[in-house]
Design a protein around this ligand. Structure first.
Ligand code: PLP
Length: 392
């Protein structure tokens, strides 16, 4: 008897994270330079670590309130208000989550009944597709490759026409992973207009909001500004404060929605560790300069990588945010992005992530991450240049 055959059928539809298998493979190659990693190479700022350690020393090691500590909830409320001008009530409209990963899970599973459709613009970080499948729904991939990887109102409308009332949610990640595209407020307002007053939630993942490089980015464009009543806002500390391993983030939504989200969060996760929340509070209260310092370095790395790829004649996205460049594999090279990435890793010792791992529209592309040292980027460009030259 094969017990796995008796497991949930909808779980079998969950996409696997090939990305991890690929990372496992590249790690086994000696001397490889990795432009695959979607996490800051910086360490958590010292004052934040100290706050976490002091909290442990002070026995802040018991269960935390399930929605979050009063201190962190209020710091989040203040920070969100400062950035995007929307005041969320700390007591009823914010939940502290175990990473945006948990926020995404809570948001998608709380709004999806079996058979429902969640529109997920792709290429994307695949948690949203998995969450919809776990909930028994269907993630429909909105392929943005024909609109320069930008989500447009027309594109969304075409999917609404096709799927009608089944659509319960639209995911908007901005700036986005893996393309580095950052939409401005006008673009977000236009997207909001398409779903306004329809029974559709927008799940706005703004985890890269501090990592936007173009003019006006410091104004924090957000779909919350145009659609507060229908939006579930997700954000966190992993990227902005180099706190990936702490597992702390948050979600904000109007009270009745938050009450429903709380049911998933409270029963699945209970709470985020108390001392972790104290450290996150320190980051928001006294670390307002930390993201800017890292952003300056990412910008420099982006410029070097972008310039280098242009000089090699690669066609790429214009990287406006996050720490990724999505690049089309030139015609004279292997066009299957997975085969290409494995070959490049083996022969040139350069690791980049296959574009198809991010869903529809990613085929024929690879993702370069510049969350890595400038010297690593320069070495990668040098090796890539030799690899390309040998195959022209
Ligand atoms: N959302 C996006 C768009 C991401 O790229 C990532 C990580 O790469 C996450 C969420 C996960 O964030 P967290 O570490 O807060 O779970």
């Amino acid at each position: 008897m094969k017990m796995e055959e008796h497991m949930r059928t909808d779980l079998k539809r969950v996409p696997t994270m090939k990305i991890f298998d690929f990372a496992f493979f590249t790690k086994s190659i000696e001397g490889i330079v990795e432009l695959t990693i979607g996490e800051p190479d910086f360490n958590t700022p010292e004052h934040v670590k100290e706050a976490g350690m002091a909290a442990i020393a002070n026995n802040r090691t018991h269960y935390a309130p399930q929605r979050g500590t009063a201190g962190l909830l209020s710091a989040i409320s203040d920070d969100v208000a400062k950035k995007i001008g929307k005041v969320y009530d700390p007591a009823t409209e914010i939940l502290v989550t175990n990473g945006v990963t948990e926020g995404a899970y809570a948001a998608v599973t709380a709004i999806t009944n079996p058979g429902d459709v969640i529109l997920v613009p792709t290429p994307t970080f695949s948690i949203y597709m998995a969450d919809a499948a776990i909930a028994g729904g269907t993630a429909v991939e909105v392929d943005t490759s024909k609109t320069n990887f930008r989500l447009t109102p027309e594109l969304i409308q075409s999917y609404l026409d096709e799927y009608g009332d089944r659509v319960k949610g639209l995911v908007v990640v901005n700036p986005t992973n893996p393309t580095g595209i950052a939409m401005n407020q006008d673009e977000l307002d236009a997207i909001a207009d398409v779903v306004r007053d329809k029974p559709i939630f927008v799940i706005a993942d703004e985890i890269y909001d501090q990592l936007a490089y173009t003019e006006g980015a410091d104004q924090y464009p957000s779909i919350v500004k145009s659609l507060p009543e229908q939006t579930i806002l997700l954000n966190g500390f992993s990227k902005s404060y180099a706190m990936t391993g702490w597992r702390v983030a948050y979600m904000c939504a109007p009270k009745p929605i938050t009450d429903e989200l709380f049911k998933v969060h409270g029963f699945a996760v209970t709470d985020v560790a108390t001392f972790v929340q104290d450290a996150a509070e320190e980051a928001l209260r006294n670390g307002q300069e930390d993201p800017a310092a890292m952003r300056a370095q990412y910008r420099e790395r982006r410029n070097v990588l972008y310039q280098g790829l242009q000089e090699l004649g690669w066609e790429t996205t214009n990287p406006e945010g996050a720490f990724y460049i999505f690049a089309k594999i030139p015609d004279y090279l292997e066009q299957d992005d997975e085969k290409f990435a494995y070959d490049l890793a083996e022969k040139a010792k350069v690791a980049v992530t296959p574009g198809s791992y991010f869903g529809a529209g990613g085929e024929g592309y690879v993702r370069f991450s510049y969350a890595t040292d400038l010297n690593v980027i320069k070495t990668a460009l040098d090796r890539l240049q030799k690899y390309c030259a040998a195959r022209r």
